[in-house]
Design a protein around this ligand. Structure first.
Ligand code: THU
Length: 164
């Protein structure tokens, strides 16, 4: 038996310390929360992606009376970027939220969004910088791998049965 541990390096910035490029992207994520459609949770999430061609793609959570039919802000933006800029890598993602009482909670992407982020990163071939907004500051994580250890990634494609 062997004991193995995983660790994650991340940075925490006070808002005033954020480099200008990141601050601009975070501002776009905060702005995107205004377009959330959230009649069921009251929890607004906004997301902004920076692409390698300089384009910024934003998204907000879109809910539905059939709850699982709704989509998180991150996947709204990531799938839109995949559609509008299919060959352009995503370099960074900023995520921000506004709770139902108007406060700014710390926000971190759900498992399904991490899975889509992982494939966006491997598809683009560039490490994605993740910026998570919160009341104590902004967390920066470089790379999706750290957020999703033991992941089911595109490496598994080679073991799929094409006739299956
Ligand atoms: N949500 C997001 O859009 N992104 C996250 O990172 C966490 C959760 C949404 C889904 C749902 O509309 C609401 O927040 C409450 O879960």
């Amino acid at each position: 038996m062997k004991e193995v541990s995983l660790s994650l390096d991340y940075h925490i910035y006070r808002l005033a310390e954020l480099p200008a490029g990141y601050a601009g992207l975070l501002a776009r994520a905060r702005e995107a929360t205004e377009n959330a459609y959230i009649p069921y949770s009251g929890f607004r999430v906004g997301c902004a992606l920076l692409l390698a061609n300089g384009a910024v793609v934003t998204g907000s959570n879109q809910e539905n009376v059939a709850y699982p039919s709704g989509l998180c802000a991150e996947r709204v933006a990531l799938f839109h970027a995949g559609h509008a800029y299919p060959h352009i890598p995503v370099l960074a993602i900023a995520i921000s939220a506004v709770a139902s009482d108007g406060s700014l909670p710390f926000v971190s992407p759900c498992g399904a969004c991490r899975q889509v982020l992982l494939e966006t990163e491997s598809r683009g071939g560039k490490t994605i910088t993740i910026l998570l907004d919160g009341p104590e500051g902004v967390v920066r994580i470089d790379g999706v791998q750290g957020l999703l250890p033991f992941s089911f990634g595109t490496d598994y494609r080679s073991s799929f049965n094409p006739k299956g």
